[in-house]
Each structure stands twice: as C-alpha cells, then as structure tokens.
Ligand binder design. Structure first.
Ligand code: NAD
Length: 508
C-alpha cells in the first residue's frame, strides 16, 4: 500500500510493533493507512509486518517463556491485578481509540472495554484455575495427580469489530496459564492494541511475554507456519478461520477458530412485543450490525410479524446515526469504505431475491459525506432460500421471516450453516425450556437479544461459526491453553526390597 500523499508520513502518527517490551519503529513505506470511518480521513499508519517481525516476536516470546512459566503463581496473579487496574484507569482512552478506528459509539466502545476486562478478572484467580486433582493411594504407596502445564509460545489473531474485547478474551487467558503470546490484531482497528501492550508492561508483565505484530495476510501466514508457535486462537471470518485451522493443525498446532455468524431470534405470539422491538433494533443495528452475536434475523411465529413491524419502524425512525463520539448517537458509520459498498450490494441482493425492502438504508445521507455512513435497512418476508437469510452481511440490515409454528421456527434456526447465538422471546417458561433443549446453537438468550456469556464462562459457536474442539475463555479456555500432565508417583521407603515383577502394574 503506497503512502497517500507526500507529506503524510511527516504528519501522521505511525504505530509500532511491540516486541520484547519495546516499540519497534518502522519506515512509512512499511505501513498502511488507518481511517477514521466517521470522517473518511487517514488518521494514522499501521505497520505491515510479515515473516521477519513474526520471527523476532517468536524469539522474544521463546526467551521469556521459561521464567514466566516458573514465576510463582501469586506473583503472576499480582501482575494481572495491576493490569486490571490500569485497564480500568485507561478505559475511556481505550474506548476513544475504538470509536476513532471502528466508528461504534463511545458508550458502546466503553461497554466493550468493560466486557473485555471481565476476562482479566477471571485471570486474576489463576492459582485456582491452574490447580489439578490429587488422588493418593491409587496403588500401594502410589499417588497420582494432574498438573496443568503451559504450551509455550502461542498466538492470537483477532478481527476488526472488537479491538479490545476479543483480544482480551484471548491473550490474558493464554498468559495466565504461563504461555507467552504474539497478538496480531486487525489492521483496520489497531489503535487500542498498542496501548494494551504498554499497559501490560507497566503492570509488570515481563518483556517478551506479550508481543504485538501488526499486519495482514503475510503476518498470519508467518504465524500459522511458524514451527515455534504451539497454539493459535483465531477470531474472524469462516474462510480465513478455516485456513488458519487447517494449516495450523497440519503443522501440529492446537487451533481454535471462532468465526462468522447469522443469528436469529424466535418470537412467539405471547412475547412482550415492545420488548422484542427494542431488542431487535438494539441487536440488529447496534455497532452498525458489526457484532458476531448480533441477531439480524427475526423469525416471527403466527401473526407476530405484522404486529412487530410498526413497532420496529417506530424505533428505526428515532435512531440517531452520527459520529460515534457525538452525544446521543445510536449508531456510527460502517468501519470501512469497502465494507460499506459490500453492505450496499447485499441490500440489492435482497431486493432482487424478492424480499420486501421496508426501509432502505442506502437513502440515508450521513452527517459527513466523506465518512462511511449508511442508514439501517429492514427487509420483510425474508425466506430461507434467499442469500440474505443464509449469508452473513455484517452490517445494519435486518430481516423478518414468518413461520407458522414454534417447530418451523426452530427448524429454520437448526437448518442454518451458522450457529453462534440465538434467542427466544416468550413469556412461556415451558416453551423457553423446549427451545433451550431443541435448538442446535450453543449460546442462547431467553428474552435477551445478544447472549454473550459472562467473562468467566466459555464462549463458542458451532457448525461454520466455530472450527476446532474447545471454546475460548472460562474453564475451556484454561484447558485450551494448557497441556494436562498425569503424574503417577511412588517414593521408596528406606530399606525397601520388593520382588521383581514383569506383570502390568495394577491397583494392589
Ligand atoms: P477477517 O477474517 O477478515 O480478519 C480476521 C483476521 O484475519 C484479521 O487479523 C485479519 O488481518 C486477518 N486476515 C484477513 N484476511 C486474511 C487473509 N486472506 N489471510 C490471512 N489473514 C487474513 O474478519 P474481520 O472482517 O476482521 O471480522 C469480521 C468477522 O469476524 C465476521 O465474520 C464476524 O462474524 C467474525 N467474528 C466472529 C466472532 C466469534 O466469536 N465467532 C467474534 C467477532 C467477529
């Protein structure tokens, strides 16, 4: 990517890779632009790292690993407590950087930072999470126990849409287990990453334990192929996640890819329809629909769709779409110019497929003509054959689907290739219970539209929304980032003389 204007290099801040506790400066020619989507202006430049930077980060992380692994757990835990404090102290600064790079509103960005800190809270309790089980006397004078050992140098590859929350769902979990980490964030929203790494160092995180390499395809390839990296968690689109999983596991790495989504909420006729309309508009259009847990389809059972439509329209009419820093803004711009074009194309696809376009976001004129603004769109009479039902759009485009029965609604959800989050809206506890048992989606809301589990719980979809066996975070995250060792132990007593036996050791 070329420099956009001759003077730009002199005036714009250039982000640095962060390796071995130090900023690694790069030349302007080795960078790409970072845009503020609310203005369309280039506001910084981000390095385009590749093999050399990944090699340097792996070397630093490898050198830091033995001392970090062997650090007394309370000392390691104290670093997490200090880091948690610093992240809280800097939460508004982090949120401003998120809004600047991504476009989501400042309150939404702040909420993202706080949801990310929940995982750091979990990591503070690492001495408990890393404990094993101990069973004495499994045989004569033989004891057995389990230990959780770190894997070594590991990596996180993260998407544009949660520049703080998704990385903090990964690197604190990997670090608490005693691994050292290379984080490769999205180049679209890089601003908040460097600050996190610097806060980690300020908290006492030893040099080389958390390293940042900026870059795109080339950096990802270098991570996936690097023999020194033992495990990767990837969050992003299914196509890239599948590549990371297949290439990574082929090279002997443990890989978890948490990927694309298309989430549907099922609305039963007895639901509180005002609550549903609030939920639909908040989930569908919050963060410009750029959330992997956003519900962007509403499956209305019976005649609920007809009753919901005016309620949703009423709320859409009141939405304020503006620069995310503007007080009262409900929704900001789309994160990039190219993605805005892609969402516009999807609206055309929906029209050509015969869905009823009730609100057309293309008609919206943004507050800044150079920004990447787009209005919200509402389709009615979406059907399961349509691509706008089957594919992820990842923008502010919401679809209403009509189903005759509960069973038909659940079948539509279960027939989808993606399975990240879903929700049921009803006042009937029995129906909600049936939904939880029958729906084939792991993260479920009951009258909750964005059912992201709390930070101490695991997080994962299934089918094409998750490739790999273990969820991230929570107890599953501890399992992902450690190798369990099973020890069988005997200590000979002084003067013992036992008979030699070639029989397979038993339990007597
Ligand atoms: P993306 O797949 O384009 O990028 C993810 C990461 O991969 C980034 O770090 C990016 O630099 C890198 N990358 C992009 N293209 C690549 C390529 N061709 N080869 C190698 N690396 C590449 O995803 P995105 O657009 O940043 O994020 C949006 C996607 O992430 C959506 O599909 C969304 O559903 C998904 N997502 C999923 C979850 C989840 O937990 N399941 C959470 C957030 C986002």
């Amino acid at each position: 990517m070329a420099i956009d204007s001759p003077n730009e290099a002199a005036t714009l801040p250039i982000l640095s890779h962060y390796i071995n506790g130090t900023r690694v400066e790069v030349l302007p020619e080795q960078t790409g632009p970072v845009y503020n989507p609310a203005t369309g202006q280039v506001i910084a430049r981000v390095p385009r790292g590749g093999q050399a930077e990944v090699d340097a980060a792996v070397a630093a992380a490898g050198a830091a690993f033995p001392a970090w692994r062997d650090m007394p757990l309370i000392a390691r835990s104290n670093i997490f407590f200090a880091f948690r404090g610093l992240m809280h102290e800097h939460r508004e600064e982090l949120a401003r950087l998120i809004t600047r790079d991504h476009g989501k509103t400042f309150p939404d960005a702040l909420a993202e930072v706080l949801r990310g800190i929940e995982t750091i809270d979990f990591a503070c309790g690492l001495p408990v999470h890393l404990s094993g089980m101990n069973t004495p006397n499994v045989s004569t004078k033989v004891d057995t126990y389990t230990m959780r050992a770190p894997l070594g140098v590991v990596a996180a590859i993260t998407p544009f849409n949660f520049p703080v929350m998704v990385p903090t769902w990964i690197y604190p979990m990997a670090l608490m287990a005693g691994n050292t980490v290379i984080l490769k964030p999205s180049s679209h929203t890089p601003g908040a990453t460097q600050l996190q790494a610097e806060l980690w160092t300020r908290a006492g995180g030893p040099d080389g334990t958390l390293n940042i390499v900026y870059g795109g395809k080339e950096a990802v390839r270098a991570i996936v192929e690097h023999p020194g990296i033992r495990a990767i968690q990837f969050v992003g689109s299914t196509a890239v996640g599948r590549y990371v999983f297949e290439e990574g596991t082929r090279r002997g790495k443990r890989v978890g890819s948490y990927t694309s989504a298309k989430n549907a909420m099922l609305v039963l006729p007895d639901a509180d329809l005002d609550m549903v309309a609030d939920a639909a508009v908040a989930a569908g259009f919050g963060s410009a629909g750029e959330r992997c847990m956003a519900q962007t389809l509403l499956i209305a059972v019976g005649d609920t769709g007809g009753q919901l439509r005016p309620r949703i329209l009423d709320r859409i009419a009141r939405l304020k779409i503006a620069d995310g820093m503007e007080p009262g803004a409900d929704m900001g711009p789309i994160y990039s110019r190219e993605h805005r074009e892609s969402v516009i194309d999807w609206i055309g696809v929906g029209e050509s497929e015969g869905a009823e376009l009730v609100v057309d976001g293309r008609a919206f004129e943004g507050p800044n003509p150079d920004g990447f603004f787009l209005g919200v769109s509402l389709f009615d009479n979406v059907t399961p054959e349509m691509r706008i039902f089957r594919e992820e759009i990842f923008g502010p485009v919401f679809g209403i689907v009509h189903a005759k029965t509960f069973e038909e609604g659940v079948a539509l959800i279960n027939g989808h290739r993606y399975a990240n989050g879903t929700a049921v809206f009803t006042k009937d506890g029995g129906a909600a219970r049936r939904f939880k048992l029958e729906v084939d989606v792991p993260m479920i809301g009951v009258n909750v539209p964005i059912p992201v589990p709390a930070g101490f719980m695991s997080f994962s979809g299934s089918k094409d929304s998750s490739i790999g066996d273990l969820p991230m975070r929570g107890e599953d995250g501890v399992r992902f980032w450690t190798q369990q060792k099973m020890v069988t132990e005997r200590w000979p007593e002084p003067g013992r003389q036992g008979p030699l036996s070639l029989v397979f050791p038993g339990n007597s």
